[in-house]
Write a protein that binds this ligand. Sequence first.
Ligand code: CLF
Ligand code: SF4
Length: 514
Amino acid sequence: MEHGNQKGATLLRVMQPPELRGSQSGCSSKSGNGKSGCGSAAGQGDLSPELWEKVKNHPCYSEEAHHHFARMHVAVAPACNIQCNYCNRKYDCSNESRPGVVSERLTPEQAARKTLAVASAIPQMTVLGIAGPGDPLANPEKTFKTFELVSRTAPDIKLCLSTNGLMLPDYVDRIQALNIDHVTITINMIDPVVGARIYPWIYFEKKRYEGVEAARILSERQLLGLEMLTARGILCKVNSVMIPGINDSHLAAVNKAVKARGAFLHNIMPLISAPEHGTVFGLSGQRGPSAQELKQLQDSCEGEMNMMRHCRQCRADAVGLLGEDRSAEFTTEKVMEMEVSYDLERRQSYQQKVELQRDAVVAARKSELETLAGKHSSISILIAVATKGGGRINEHFGHAKEFQVYEVSTSGAKFVGHRRVDNYCQGGYAEEDSLETVVRAINDCVAVFVARIGGCPRKGLERAGIEPVDRFALEYIEQSAIAYFREYLERVQSGEITHSPRGDAEIRQGALIA
Ligand code: CLF
Ligand code: SF4
């Protein structure tokens, strides 16, 4: 564990963007991205080459990578050994997935073929994750067989596992032997009294436990599993579901506990809860957090610990960049008909080009940030961005299914979240209603950056006090955000505009599905 902690501390330092290292105010959430974003020797910092390789192209472990690299999940693990009050067994695991029905459950063989098919079609797909629809370690043979098959046929793909942690200590050796070097554990509490309000029961060693005893066993197993993994140098991310009134004030203690055990990243996600999901929380009216509540908690936990803020709570069969879902292109039927040619050289050469693009994004950000040198202000603003990926403002307002949100201050621009929305352009129906939902989702932002925008939504946004900005079309996001902020400060200082805090915003339920 000590070894893991030391490693963790080193990683945390280098995860900050080079230009912000040493700055208290900095984008430690740039964290997951900072170094990773660099994709260069400089960005690697003092990270060992082996660890750098693990992090730099993983879209969940590196915020910066998530603009460029994709992941895929295969739904091979239907069973679960615990009950969470935010989950309905008929649906996806909502600790890693949107609670929607998984389109198909796959055998390990089908999953391996699908992985090769996606790897052929999407050369920037770098990670295969198993995240449900139940718990992968409650289905160990299917899970490990899938990983074995893929590691044999597609050795460049990183293997990633997400678990509730109950069975984790039993499988640490197997995880290590298979080179699964990224493991996510969902840890919502370290206090069993809190846990009893989240988990009605667990099934462990052929016995069903309930209430506080169930939560105590689960918590002990989760923390033990985390310690065992980090002691072996396996990168661990902790996911926590923020449940207002139940564990929101407790998650700071969870953050400390997992940090002490060497966790690399902490991903605090909003509860997904609606009556139609049929979950205990959904039916009892338990609400999820607002955008401001979530951000405040993430901010308060962001010390030396990397906070993940770009999670999309994806389905257990998601495919593509985190902000998109291409799973419908890869159904079993389609995969069986596809000509699959896994070409390692082609994949590597494509990924090298992506690395160059990534270097350009970082260089542009760094150079723009220099224009803020010597400027001091307590002002920070949020900017919503319509993007299709690549780190650029390249999406039409009307086509955006989500907006990425950046916080900008004299310290720079940092990604702080995303907001899912309905397409404004839905073929002419209910466009006014769509605009209202967009405004509610980005109401805390002073501006929205888009590649293009029509006259009607432009006026509607202006009425809501959100400035539509299309003059940075196709430019890099962070560079543009810093340039906009510099002008914003000048306008405030000249008295042209008054800066005042904006209101809260609404987090839409669930993640994007195609
Ligand atoms: Fe999948 Fe999870 Fe691996 Fe990523 S997802 S198993 S670590 S490859 Fe990522 Fe999706 Fe959030 Fe999970 S955005 S739900 S954190
Ligand atoms: Fe559902 Fe996942 Fe919880 Fe199991 S661990 S009950 S599948 S949310």
